[in-house]
Design a protein around this ligand. Structure first.
Ligand code: AMP
Length: 485
């Protein structure tokens, strides 16, 4: 169960929350393309609509008009292919109390088995960790009390200390919107506001995985939700609680800066794009090489390629065209399918690259599929040399907190020596940004990160089989496959 998703919530009396949530989810589409859904309340009844597919395929004018109400939460889901089913689409809903509650989750829980046992779910009933979370909350005694006005927030406060792993959640009952970030703040969540400009009074509130989605709906960024903070928004205004027993730490996932978040989002008080450019500049300092052109792998490698070019003085150029209508290649189950899909997604611009010594910048290196497919294509198109540069260190450890970074035997850099990588993927040279420079590029003074996928050091207990394997045969056969394809 691996999920890194987009979550969104709106509380805006007098307005149609479904339209705003649609725009919010549309902006968060990059965080998940498998399914989309929303729950909407008119103050009495919650209606949930969710379906497999992209936000624009799932919702249309007719559906949005029927979803009436001023209060809404929404979700876009990213998952591995195998677990991409309707049952796993969110929001999860439970018909508790007067109208029930709905929940949308970004992240991955690390103690699901224990929670499943605690709530007494049969293994076959468990569709996702988010569903287990909804079940856990629904079992709270606060839902059987007479006065259920604040049952949901009390229930969340009661059970949340048992939940381990990564979670940025948005929740709602029929009357109020809530958001909570796990005490390590692993996944992002921010707060926005709708204001009456003339009186400076607050008219409505928004919760979003990323701040970029606020601009789109005309809300203003207020702040990031603190790690371990529970926000409750209702007609009395906005309240903040810290229901955790453990001391909150700030351990935002470093991969949000490297790849996952939109470049126009704000994390740790800085716009992501600028940090990616800086990663490229530092990459040029650490791994300079003589060449004719610097190019980025669209889209995620482009800001760092610009930075590399700026610092090195080597001209920036476009060497690849991306087909925007193809989804992520990363989640296909076999190496062969992933490889073929990279070739479908990216095609070389021959005139721009023929006879040139190229520096090709991408954001990250996982299995090596993208780079080996690209190098082959670029050479076939006439490139003289191909030097691969990555604006992050290579991934050597799996992620347990919701980024689909696969098992350690699939992570090429966990299984071979770094200086073997160039020949395996067919590059003239390879260079990875060091962790030190990555931190310097982000420059979030006083802030900490989860960098478990790079260092193997995780901020909370993870399954014990997480040690990287050395020289796994799977990787060697990948190398053979690259040669063959
Ligand atoms: P790989 O081809 O396996 O080396 O993966 C690296 C490429 O996939 C880079 O182009 C990244 O931008 C992209 N990527 C890395 N991690 C992920 C992820 N968790 N989900 C989707 N794409 C990713």
């Amino acid at each position: 169960m691996k999920e890194a998703c987009g979550v969104f919530g709106v509380y805006y009396p007098g307005n149609r929350a479904s339209y705003l949530t649609y725009d919010g989810l549309f902006t968060l589409q990059h965080r998940g393309q498998e399914s989309a859904g929303m729950a909407v309340s008119d103050g009495q009844t919650i209606t949930v609509f969710k379906e497999m597919g992209l936000v624009s395929n799932v919702f249309n004018e007719t559906i949005l008009t029927t979803l009436e109400g001023f209060l809404s939460i929404g979700h876009t889901r990213y998952s591995t292919t195998g677990s991409s089913t309707w049952a796993n689409a969110q929001p999860a809903y439970r018909p508790m109390g007067h109208a029930g509650f709905a929940l949308a989750h970004n992240g991955n829980l690390t103690n699901v088995d224990r929670l499943v046992e605690k709530v007494g779910m049969m293994p076959g009933m468990v569709t996702s960790d988010s569903d287990v979370l909804a079940e856990l909350i629904s079992k709270s005694s606060f839902f059987s009390g007479k006065d259920q006005t604040h049952a949901l927030e009390k229930a969340v406060g009661e059970v949340i200390n048992d939940v381990e792993g990564a979670y940025s959640l948005v929740l709602m009952d029929a009357y109020r919107l809530m958001g909570i970030r796990d005490p390590n703040g692993l996944r992002p969540l921010c707060l926005g506001v709708f204001k009456d400009e003339s009186t400076d009074s607050e008219l409505g509130w928004v919760l979003s995985s990323e701040s970029a989605a606020l601009n789109v709906i005309g809300a203003k960024f207020v702040r990031e939700i603190e790690p371990g903070e529970l926000i409750v928004i209702d007609e009395t205004g906005i309240k903040s609680y810290f229901p955790f027993i453990v001391e909150p730490k700030e351990k935002l996932c470093i991969f949000e800066f490297v790849y996952f978040s939109r470049p126009d989002s704000i994390l740790y008080n800085r716009e992501v794009h600028g940090t990616r450019r800086r990663m490229g500049e530092l990459l040029a300092i650490e791994h300079g090489v003589d060449a004719d052109m610097v190019m980025g792998v669209p889209d995620s490698g482009i800001p760092a390629a610009e930075g590399y070019s700026k610092h090195s003085g080597i001209p920036y150029g476009q060497g690849l065209v991306k087909n925007r209508y193809i989804g992520r290649t990363f989640i296909y189950p076999t190496q062969e399918q992933r490889y073929k899909n990279v070739r479908r997604k990216l095609t070389p611009l021959k005139e721009n690259i023929v006879g040139k010594r190229l520096i090709v910048v991408d954001d990250s290196f996982v299995r090596g599929t993208t780079s080996s497919a690209l190098i082959k294509m670029l050479r076939e198109a006439g490139a003289k040399e191909v030097h691969m540069r990555f604006s992050s260190p290579p991934f050597k450890w799996p992620c347990f907190y919701g980024i689909d970074i696969p098992t350690k035997d699939e992570l090429l850099a966990a299984n071979v020596e770094i200086d073997e990588i160039a020949s395996i993927i067919g590059a003239d040279s390879v260079g990875f940004l060091s962790l030190k420079s990555l931190m310097e590029a982000i420059n979030a003074q006083g802030k900490e990160f989860c960098n478990g996928c790079l260092t193997g050091s995780y901020p909370s207990p993870v399954p014990t089989d997480a040690k990287p394997a050395i020289k796994m045969p799977a990787t060697i056969s990948d190398a053979k496959l690259f040669e063959k394809l």
